[in-house]
Design a protein around this ligand. Structure first.
Ligand code: PGA
Length: 241
């Protein structure tokens, strides 16, 4: 595991863009998973300003259930606004999850099958939840879990309420997430973490016991992981090393 420490959020964006840019230079047609959230925003800003000729295929990491696919809260629409539209990624190169699927389990299976048919995940760019979730793999998710429908933890819904004007009642209760099994097969993983409030969970994820109650600990068993954290998020990591 390689750990890169950035000065602050902006520097994290730069360092992440360098790392992603380098990988995409080597494999321009890579299949890449991209996260939503506050942490990757500086990365997307950097890529919008510097990246040209994007040829990658975007793979949805997770998606809410129970929304219309045109709802601006859908992760696919959020990512379209932040990065996919600005980089002109065509619709056929966006492997999305349908948030309005009536049969969530078959939609999850369809998504995972499609990824496998496309050759699997080359690059998984991920964020880290306060409870150690990866995608929407909440605590207790098996390391071998498939892509599936999940119930969102209250803490996750609370954190995401900010996107609904602070009203937790509007946040969906369920979602589809890539499972830890397919995420473990990514050829390269990049974990982005920023902020003091993530220092504890980052330390536990990288240096604590590997256990399913902190899903992100699966990363300890993987090769080709780059963690890019700002000094605030890495503060407990450096103390314990
Ligand atoms: P954040 O979300 O970047 O907004 O903190 C991370 C996550 O919950 O995966």
């Amino acid at each position: 595991m390689h750990i890169i420490i950035a000065k602050d959020k902006q520097d994290l964006g730069k360092k992440a863009a360098e790392t992603v840019g380098m990988l995409l230079k080597k494999s321009p047609k890579a299949n890449i998973c991209l996260p939503t959230g506050n942490t990757p925003l500086p990365l997307y800003k950097e890529l919008r300003n510097t990246f040209t000729n994007a040829e990658f295929t975007y793979i949805a990491l997770d998606e809410y259930l129970g929304l219309d696919k045109h709802d601006p809260h859908c992760f696919s629409n959020w990512l379209a606004r932040e990065i996919l539209d600005p980089l002109d990624i065509p619709a056929k190169k966006r492997l999305l999850i349908d948030p309005s699927a009536a049969e969530a389990d078959s939609e999850a299976k369809r998504h995972e099958k499609k990824i496998t048919e496309q050759g699997g995940i080359d690059i998984a760019v991920l964020g880290l939840g306060h409870n150690g979730h990866i995608g929407f793999n909440e605590p207790g998710s098996a390391f071998k879990s498939p892509t599936r429908k999940v119930k969102l933890a209250d803490r996750t819904r609370k954190a995401n309420a900010a996107y609904w004007g602070g009203d937790i009642n509007k946040v969906p209760h369920s979602a589809i997430t890539l499972g830890l099994d397919i995420l473990s097969s990514a050829r390269q993983t990049i974990l982005l973490v920023s902020g003091k409030d993530k220092a504890d969970i980052l330390q536990k994820s990288l240096a604590g016991p590997v256990a399913e109650d902190i899903p992100a600990t699966y990363l300890q068993n993987m090769e080709n992981v780059v963690v890019i954290a700002d000094e605030d998020a890495a503060s407990k990591l450096t103390q314990s090393r």
